[in-house]
Each structure stands twice: as structure tokens, then as C-alpha cells.
Design a protein around this ligand. Sequence first.
Ligand SMILES: [Zn+2]
Length: 248
Amino acid sequence: MSEMVSLTGIVLSCIPVGEYDNRIVILTKERGKICAFAKGARKMHSHLMGLTRPFLMGRFDLYEGREAYTLAGGESREYFEELSKDLNAVYYGFYFLEIADYYGREGIEAKNMLNLLYVSFKALTDERLKKELVKCVFELKAMMINGEYPETFCCVGCKTKDELRYFSVSRGGVLCETCAKSVHDAAMISSDVLYTLQYVISAKLESLYSFTLDDATMQGFENIMKLLRKTNFDKHFKSLDVLEIMKI
Ligand SMILES: [Zn+2]
């Protein structure tokens, strides 16, 4: 038997396997995204049952196998109970887990992504914040953590920092008026939307969700995130479909 390792992480997904087992995917701080089998987790009174729930954050004690890990035990630290009570928020939460799964890789530590999930789950239960705003902020910050984000502090054409009034997805960032003239998909953005993008990209996680937006700025921010999603995600997120349906 291999040596046991203790990893800190969040359960991204859980599917039943066989009669009593669960297969879980955990995003861990130390080893990135890993897959583990929880044998007998669906048996009554199994000590593993509580550790295999999506959203659960905690310590996982695992044996490393050739193909996957085997969960031996652990300790839950946070259930995000408030989140699970709000059906609307839960769907947003599942979407965040799906994005974390999309970006997660085995062997690449995921401390920043875990911290982002933590503050974002908390933000989803904050009644002062619109969930659409939390979603857009999460998407942009997740892209940033994984190295895929637009230039928002200077023109991608000439590097000027003044009069940045246009945004182009194909060029990967903001543009001044002169440079925008030769870019086919350059669209005007307001200074409030520009500031929002700059804020989310540069803010520390603990102050990421410390603002709200008026309707017009929110709409502009959403439009840009829609374009960035198309460019950056080469995967169809099932949970995003559910969110779209819920909005109708
Ligand atoms: Zn320029």
C-alpha cells in the first residue's frame, strides 16, 4: 500500500460508481485536480459519505494509486451551508465548480483558484450582490488566474494609457480611438466598464466582491464577459445552460 497523503481542497463533482462507491474530483491546493474513489461512501453510516459532497472544503486523506486516489478519511471544514439553502445560488455555484474543473490540472497547485472559489461562494450568499455580477467577476478572475485575460491598462495597439474607449476581443484588450479605427471588432466601452475590468483584474481576492454596479455598467460588463467566454472557453458548460434558462 502506498503512503497516505493529506491534501486540502474542494470537491468539484461526485458520481456514484457501482453499488456503494463514489468517484469524486477534488481540486487540491497541493496537487491540483485529482480523482479519487470513495469506497463504500454510499453505505449507511459511512464516514466517507459527508466528504464526497460537491462544494465541501476540507482535508482529504488519500492513498495514491496508479490511476486514481483512494479516499481513506478526512475532515470537512466548510460546507457552504448558506449556499446550499438557496437553489438559485447553488446553480451559480455548480457553474463555478465546472469552470474550476475546466481549468484544473493534476500536478499544478491550485491555491489561488481554491481561494477564488471560497470568496465567490461566500459572495453568492451576500444579498447585497447581484448573482450576475458575482458570476461575471468570478469568470474574469478565473481567466486571470489561469493566464487568459485581456489587457485593460494600456492600448494593445500603441500602449498609450489615455482615452481607452474601445475593447476588442480579437486583439485581446482595450484600444485608443486611433488604433480602434483599424480593428474590425472594436466596440466602445464606458469608463465605468473599463474601471470594472481593471478593478477585477488587479483586486486582491479579499476585496474582489466589494462593489456593485448600476444597470448600464452591468450590461456593458456582461457583454464583454460574453465575448470573453466565447474566446477563452473551448468547452460547453452544462451549468451555464441552466443559468440561462433561469434568467428567462
Ligand atoms: Zn492606441
